[in-house]
Design a protein around this ligand. Structure first.
Ligand SMILES: Nc1nc2c(ncn2[C@@H]2O[C@H](COP(=O)(O)OP(=O)(O)O)[C@@H](O)[C@H]2O)c(=O)[nH]1
Ligand SMILES: [Mg+2]
Length: 206
């Protein structure tokens, strides 16, 4: 019996303005670390992590930028083939929130999969100074048909949920990952149902 076999590899992107905490969210999720001195990422890179959602195992290749977002020079290949995207802003920076429209339009230009699942993350909620309310974030997410969560890479809050809920939604959208002529792929027994435990209890993704 191959319980929990890996379903597929999913390409997940993290985008958003420079400094909002994209690399920090990734490192919190994959290595459970946080570096307050987080230097610019060296080289375009991705990290791989296997995640079980609803009894389904997915291997995630999560792509981070090397700071090229500062110069608005992410290339089409960064976006190509992605099934999910995490769009990040900083709740203590109105400017990072205002730039979300530009990020979405770039995503629409380069994303190759129409049903790409989008998660909006308002990061740095541990900070005292807030310039974007939860309600503003929620409204933006609803308007653009995105999942939404507020998070802190520093305190961990919301980070695991952001990735889990994104992957869950991707798995529930079979057209996104049933590709490559893979054989023997099957869903776990409780697919489509909201999971017991996991994020469901305390995760406020909408
Ligand atoms: N207080 C706080 N600082 C954060 C958080 N996430 C990232 N940072 C800090 O914000 C700065 C930019 O983070 P980084 O991950 O490099 O952002 P990126 O340019 O979007 O990849 C770094 O100094 C991080 O330590 C957070 O949740 N809370
Ligand atoms: Mg970075």
């Amino acid at each position: 019996m191959e319980e929990n076999q890996v379903l597929t590899t999913l390409k997940i992107l993290i985008i958003g303005e420079s400094g909002v905490g994209k690399s920090s969210l990734l490192l919190r999720f994959t290595d459970d670390t946080f570096d307050p001195e987080q230097a610019a990422t060296i080289g375009v890179d991705f990290k791989v992590k296997t995640l079980s959602v609803d009894g389904n195992k997915a291997k995630l290749a999560i792509w981070d930028t090397a700071g090229q977002e500062r110069f608005r020079t992410l290339t089409p290949s960064y976006y190509r083939g992605a099934q999910g995207v995490i769009l990040v802003y900083d709740v203590s920076s109105k400017q990072s929130f205002t730039k979300l429209d530009a990020w979405l339009s770039e995503l629409e230009t380069f994303a190759t999969k129409h049903e790409i699942v989008k998660m909006l993350v308002g990061n740095k909620i541990d900070k005292d100074k807030r310039e974007v309310s939860r309600d503003e974030g929620l409204k933006f997410a609803r308007k653009h048909h995105m999942l939404f969560i507020e998070a802190s890479a520093k305190t961990k809050e919301g980070v695991q949920c952001a990735f889990e809920e994104l992957v869950e939604k991707i798995i529930q959208t079979p057209g996104l990952w049933e590709t490559d002529g893979r054989e023997g792929v099957r869903l776990g027994t409780n697919d489509g149902q909201s999971q017991q435990g996991g994020c469901a209890g305390y995760c406020s993704v909408v």
